[in-house]
Design a protein around this ligand. Structure first.
Ligand SMILES: Nc1ncnc2c1ncn2[C@@H]1O[C@H](COP(=O)(O)OP(=O)(O)OP(=O)(O)O)[C@@H](O)[C@H]1O
Ligand SMILES: [Mg+2]
Length: 454
């Protein structure tokens, strides 16, 4: 490993030089500056790991050096040297983030020990940060699980577009995480401290959707006793999430288009034009372009919403994610219900991975929650899975029989195929057909001897 580089800032040349020699002997690389200005110059040009600075210096004192360094690169540790009568200043330095202080005259053992500890702490902090960001950013994105290359691409796209105000359209089947992604975009954007307001367009009837979106003035319609702010006003400076956007009625689509183009609208029954600053994220589980073609969704509105598209692949197209999701949800519901489910058997995990999750992540999550709550098993095994998952993939064998086949031939065919399936085991075949073995023997004879089984 490279030698750690320590910058010493000391206007007293004798003290500075002896400190430098000591640290050099201990195996560190050193730089010596005789004042704050020179120190900052070094700091800007070299990858300094640690700074040791005198507090009292003529032009720029140690506190200023500390502040400049912490401001530029907060992970740099700074040790300050205090002389008699400057303890107060040393304490102030600690408050500003100095690692520790040491008093003059400098004890070689004490300073060596301090330096070691400061560098150790720094390594830990950096390692930790590195690890955390690698895990969180790349795989978890806080609480969004996805290690498949499809999802990693989605995360990269989110990180890329989150800072801008452009509209985003999220498309994906039900339960693929559209709302989760909308939240992630908002919380990775500069609007994160402002609200994200959700509108479920499908659940609002045509009659009330406009007043929900744009608000209304007192007396705008029967029942409008008080004036009320709409979601657009509530989302001012934040994000408006239009869920199930394909369900916005045509008349409202026009008004929505106007807000997107001009940022302006009026409350229902009001004549004052209101202006808002909003980022729009829309979600749909239908192919909006198809809705446009069918004349159900305005094309101009579609283009306004669809500046950036995020396509969330269904779970069956990213099966790599399933084991991670399974463990994530076991963890989540263990915590939520104070349970101690240890995990899942490989056989059960295989069934989870093979299953066609038509309800996607939501269905997977609900299934696990239910297993944990209902069975509370030590380890999840096949017996705990709902039948449709347990039996999935076990395709029942079928016998194709043409219409018009005589009953006698049907009986013969069924018997023959069943014997084939049981590999000639007559007892088993009888069991499957619900008749006794003697009957089987008789029928075989009737149908022409043992050749039916060959
Ligand atoms: N990648 C993921 N990691 C962890 N949890 C997820 C992930 N994707 C979805 N979920 C969880 O699955 C559930 C459904 O997600 P969400 O509500 O975001 O889906 P949706 O696409 O909006 O569904 P719908 O179309 O039915 O509204 C939520 O509980 C969400 O937390
Ligand atoms: Mg949703």
């Amino acid at each position: 490993m490279d030698k750690k580089l320590i910058l010493i800032v000391e206007d007293d040349a004798r003290v500075g030089e002896s400190l430098r020699l000591l640290l050099k002997k201990k195996g560190y690389a050193t730089l010596l500056a005789n004042g704050g200005k020179e120190a900052l110059q070094h700091f800007r040009q070299k990858p300094v790991d640690l700074v040791i600075t005198d507090l009292v210096m003529p032009k720029m004192d140690g506190i200023e050096v500390l502040e400049a360094i912490k401001g530029a690169k907060p992970e740099t540790e700074v040790i300050v040297i205090s002389a008699q009568g400057t303890i107060e200043k040393a304490v102030q330095a600690m408050k500003l983030g100095a690692f520790d202080f040491i008093e003059k005259p400098i004890n070689p053992r004490a300073i060596s020990w301090l330096v070691e500890r400061a560098l150790e702490k720094q390594t830990l902090v950096l390692q930790n940060r590195d690890l955390r960001s690698r895990l969180e950013e790349k795989f978890h994105f806080k609480n969004i699980i996805g290690r498949s290359k499809e999802m990693i691409k989605v995360f990269e796209l989110i990180r890329h577009i989150a800072p801008y105000d452009s509209s985003v359209l999220i498309v994906g089947e039900s339960g693929t995480g559209k709302e989760l992604i909308a939240n992630a975009i908002h919380y990775h954007s500069p609007r994160a401290t402002m609200p994200i307001i959700k509108v479920s367009c499908a659940s609002l009837s045509e009659g009330i959707i406009e007043s929900e979106l744009f608000g209304h003035e007192k007396g705008a319609f029967t029942g409008a006793i008080l004036s009320r702010k709409g979601r657009f006003e509530l989302a001012h400076n934040g994000t408006l999430f239009l869920d199930e956007v394909e369900d916005i009625p045509p008349a409202t689509q026009i008004k929505l288009l106007r807000v997107l183009q001009e940022g302006e609208f009026e409350r229902a029954g009001g004549n004052k034009t209101l202006r808002v600053n909003i980022r729009i994220i829309a979600a749909s589980n239908r192919d909006l372009q198809e809705e446009v073609k069918r004349g159900l969704f305005r094309e101009d509105l579609f283009y306004r919403l669809n500046v950036v598209t995020i396509k969330l692949p269904p779970l069956r197209e990213r099966r790599d994610d399933i084991p991670f999701l399974v463990n994530f949800f076991i963890d989540k519901y263990n915590r939520k219900y104070s349970l101690k489910v240890k995990g899942i058997s490989q056989r059960a995990m295989n069934l989870f991975t093979d299953y066609e999750w038509s309800g996607n992540v939501r269905e997977l999550e609900n299934t696990l929650e239910s297993i944990l709550v209902v069975n509370n098993p030590h380890v999840i095994d096949i017996a705990h899975l709902p039948p449709e998952i347990r039996d999935f993939g076990e395709k029942p064998e079928v016998i194709p029989i043409r219409i018009g086949t005589s009953l006698e031939d049907v009986e013969r065919e069924v018997l023959m195929q069943t014997l084939k399936a049981t590999k000639g085991n007559k007892r088993k075949a009888a069991q499957l057909l619900g008749i006794n073995v003697r009957t089987i023997h008789r029928k075989i004879e009737e149908f022409g001897g043992d050749d039916v089984t060959s």
